[in-house]
Design a protein around this ligand. Structure first.
Ligand SMILES: [Zn+2]
Length: 298
């Protein structure tokens, strides 16, 4: 074997080994709730109504069903567009697509919440997270896990009151100090936070009546995800989120599906080639290298 062929063989082998070592099997999970008349709904919202218009066999012999849905934009698991709290900021339909398919991280404050149901993610919590886990990825969504999802389904426990008086609401949230780190993150660190989300009814904790966290984030065109479901399967970082709100023109918010793609160590490696163009290129690199080698061989 000549030197050229030997070099090509070694190079190809190294690429194959590198590829195998970076192969990650993933699985997807929905971290929102289904939308129904029983969904969590802000106390001052109109009730969610799903009205059956038609359901049955038509005279022509085929099945037909259709509903009408009546609700506030901010019902069930939903996205708060920046325009919800900041004049001229992005409405749902103006949020760029590359702010909706993005990396996620989880900041967990369950321990604090177990001691104080009004606890908030603070600036100190965020700095401690950054010290421990490193900088946020660019275009990140920061998810705050309070553990409140375990109360979902019991409206009194979830909202902290059985009244419609919003000053009596009691649940954890995100402090404005933490929000300021997210809104200023790009200027300070060159990476942008595009959204925050949490497993409670609102970004600001229950008793808030002036919503400083909403206002701070909205002014920076950072959207919010509220009434997210259980996050216990999410890793602290290293996962992707796909945020799919209804594309309401001028919408201040919209029901949303949030799908997380997480590494799955028990997954099946034979689940097929990658679908991303870069992944496909890497996947095909050994074959391409061999082909080029054969073609260029003197
Ligand atoms: Zn909202």
């Amino acid at each position: 074997m000549d030197t050229y062929a030997r070099f090509s063989l070694v190079f190809t082998t190294v690429i194959v080994i590198l590829q195998a070592s970076r192969a990650v099997v993933t699985r997807t999970l929905d971290i929102g709730y289904t939308l129904s008349e029983d969904s969590a709904n802000w106390p001052t919202n109109r009730p969610i109504e799903i009205i059956s218009l038609v359901k049955g066999l038509t005279p022509k012999g085929f099945w037909y069903e259709a509903n009408v849905i009546c609700m506030n934009e901010h019902s069930s698991t939903h996205l708060d567009a920046p325009s919800h709290f900041s004049e001229g900021a992005w409405s749902v339909d103006r949020i760029p697509l590359n702010h909706l398919i993005v990396p996620g991280v989880v900041m967990d404050i369950q321990e604090k919440v177990a001691k104080d149901s009004l606890a908030e993610l603070t600036a100190e919590d965020v700095m401690a997270w950054l010290d421990k886990h490193g900088p946020l990825p660019d275009r990140a969504i920061v998810l705050v896990r309070t553990g409140w999802a375990s109360r979902y389904g019991n409206k009194t426990a979830y909202f902290g009151t059985d009244t419609k008086i919003t000053s009596k609401l009691a649940f954890p949230g995100i402090n404005v100090g933490a929000a300021r780190i997210f809104s200023g993150y790009e200027e300070k660190y060159g990476r942008r936070v595009v959204g925050v989300g949490l497993d409670t009814p609102s970004q600001d904790h229950g008793p808030s009546t002036h919503y400083p966290t909403h206002i701070e984030l909205a002014a920076a065109n950072i959207y919010g995800l509220e009434n997210l479901a259980d996050m216990s399967e999410l890793p602290t970082k290293g996962f992707q989120l796909m945020v799919m709100p209804m594309n309401v023109k001028g919408g201040s918010g919209a029901p949303v599906r949030v799908i997380a793609t997480i590494p799955d160590p028990d997954g099946d490696l034979s689940s097929g080639p990658p679908t991303h163009p870069l992944g496909q290129l890497l996947y095909l690199t050994p074959c391409l290298t061999l082909l080029v080698t054969l073609l260029l061989r003197p």
